[in-house]
Design a protein around this ligand. Structure first.
Ligand code: HEC
Length: 510
């Protein structure tokens, strides 16, 4: 039996400070493994690894500074304004634990108490994909930031619905972000063919491209709620827009996207730029920012039927400074959706809410954004500043808010997006899939998870609010015993993802 202490993942409280109390093994490693090493591992996107004690020790001062300032982990939305699934934000306790640890001289502590190191194999989760597309191996050309589109024919002979999607960066050291589009015209294929290298240059996207997803380092696969899917028209082309940051020149990449598809009719999930940079949405157009000015723009969209929204993705270019999106409900209440106080084109993503949100008919969506076209904006592409208007080039601007939504159906507001893995599948039947049994249930201190045979799998546990409270990769075991005594009483979900399938279920902590 594989017995583990449930060491300090999200739910272990950090107790008050006394000198020498805070050690890497007990307090800091769990924070780093859960929030940092998805990028800070050998071969990862970040410039150095934080996997070992010596790494953390060597970078202790800058770890302290970057967590105090909340620069790390990178998470552009204001976490006080609205809540998102898979949020990458340290708690006040975690930030002060790091401070105490550094103040104490960054001791290692008892190495036996350190949690198991996470592994980053790059093999991902969706091992039973229906469609896997790979970009041709591309050797990065540009000596500055490069945005490259790769058009890959899906080869689909009929329309399908995407229920799950995962991006696997080919070279996780240089793939900074990936936007996934669908093109049902042949525009992107022609542009790709016209360029002698794999892919073609593109910065912002173009009109025939429809966004279907976004990936940033550390993203989990997109798993849509049960019975819903994003429609992929017959014969459509998948376009991956990849950002290779400055310094990647000469490095090679071959990124993969995998889809779980169905030809069954599903509830249509659409991703649409509902708030957009021309009239009637743009209230004070045209989107034009004269040189040496700071300008604010407002957009509005009326919601004519009840809808359910699951995610959103604001999009601006390099002059964008901040953007805020909210809904004004028919009751006149304001519902905050997202606030990005320091917009950075290099860290954009599709943000999923923890729970789906109903917007009743009669709601107005609003977006407010500021653009800084002065020398005070370090990202200004023009020096000296030049007039900038609407367009697709690096030097043009955009103001879009993509919204992932569907027509409302009773009960949608109960959809937990963080744990749609669990709600997506009726519990009891799928438990048989991998023959997982979980006992005792209700559990009090030790919970045993037993598979019908030994295997390697990823185990994740979530609370009802969709917060992940436990994650680990189990290699070649049949049984895992998890100490749950420190969980608050209530219902929890687990998900076991192996290479042959997944099992989902729930248990009760007494
Ligand atoms: C999503 C990827 C990602 C995650 C997660 C992440 N980092 Fe980073 N980190 C980077 C990148 C990329 C850089 C290089 C500088 C940059 O691009 O901003 C960096 C730079 C740093 C630096 C150098 C100093 C600085 O501020 O630039 C420190 C220290 C650091 N990270 C610590 C952390 C810690 C501690 C965590 C977790 C609490 C963390 N990082 C989580 C990607 C990440």
């Amino acid at each position: 039996m594989n017995k583990k202490l449930l060491i300090a993942f999200a739910f272990i409280p950090y107790f008050g400070h006394a000198h020498g109390d805070t050690t890497w093994a007990e307090h800091i490693a769990p924070i780093l493994y859960n929030n940092c090493t998805s990028c800070h591992h050998p071969g990862g996107l970040a410039p150095f690894s934080l996997m070992e004690y010596t790494d953390a020790y060597n970078y202790k001062q800058s770890i302290y500074v970057s967590t105090q300032s909340k620069k790390m982990p990178p998470w552009p939305p204001d976490a006080n304004y609205s809540k998102f699934a898979h949020e990458r934000v340290l708690t006040a306790q975690q930030i002060s634990a790091i401070k105490d640890w550094v103040a104490d001289g960054a001791p290692q502590g008892d190495i036996l108490k350190a949690p198991k190191q996470p592994t980053y194999s790059g093999v991902g989760f969706l091992h039973n994909a229906d469609l896997t597309l790979t970009i041709p191996t591309y050797s990065v050309k540009s000596s500055t930031d490069e945005y490259r589109n790769f058009a890959i024919p899906s080869g689909l002979l009929a329309a399908n619905y995407i229920s799950q999607m995962e991006v696997l960066p080919g070279n996780s050291g240089i793939v900074h972000h990936v936007l996934v589009f669908q093109d049902s015209t042949n525009t992107s294929s022609q542009q790709d063919a016209a360029d002698s290298d794999p892919g073609y240059y593109n910065f912002g996207g173009s009109s025939s491209l429809k966004l279907i997803g976004a990936w940033v380092p550390g993203s989990l696969p997109l798993i849509l709620p049960n019975g819903t899917g994003v429609r992929l028209p017959k014969g459509s082309t998948i376009v991956l827009q990849i950002h290779y940051p400055k310094g990647s020149q000469g490095d090679k990449d071959s990124t993969i996207v995998r889809f779980k598809l169905t030809t069954q009719q599903m509830r249509d999930v659409t991703i649409n730029s509902d708030l957009y940079h021309i009239a009637p949405s743009l209230q004070n157009g045209p989107l034009f920012i004269p040189a040496n000015t700071v300008k604010k723009f407002t957009e509005r969209q009326y919601v004519p039927v009840d809808i359910t929204i699951m995610a959103l993705a604001p999009h601006m270019h390099l002059l964008g400074k901040d953007i805020k999106v909210y809904a004004v409900l028919p009751t006149k209440d304001t519902l905050p959706l997202i606030n990005i106080p320091d917009w950075d084109f290099h860290w954009q993503g599709m943000y999923y809410f923890k729970k789906a949100i109903k917007l009743p008919k009669g709601t107005y969506l609003w977006a407010e954004a500021t653009y800084d076209n002065t020398i005070n904006n370090p990202r200004n592409p023009n020096s000296p500043p030049a007039n900038v208007g609407l367009g697709e080039a690096t030097t043009d601007e955009m103001m879009l808010v993509y919204i992932t939504r569907m027509f409302y159906k009773t009960g949608d507001e109960n959809i937990l997006i963080d744990s749609s893995w669990n709600t997506a599948v009726p519990n009891l039947n799928t438990q048989k899939l991998m023959g997982v049994s979980v006992y005792p249930n209700p559990a009090n201190d030790g919970l045993t998870l037993e598979l019908s045979q030994a295997g390697s799998y990823q185990l994740d546990m979530y609370d009802v609010a969709g917060n992940r409270v436990w994650t680990e990769q189990v290699l070649g075991e049949r049984k895992s015993e998890i100490q749950v005594s420190q969980l608050a009483a209530g219902v929890y979900f687990y998900r076991v993802q192996g290479k042959d399938g997944a099992a989902y279920g729930q248990f009760v902590k007494e």
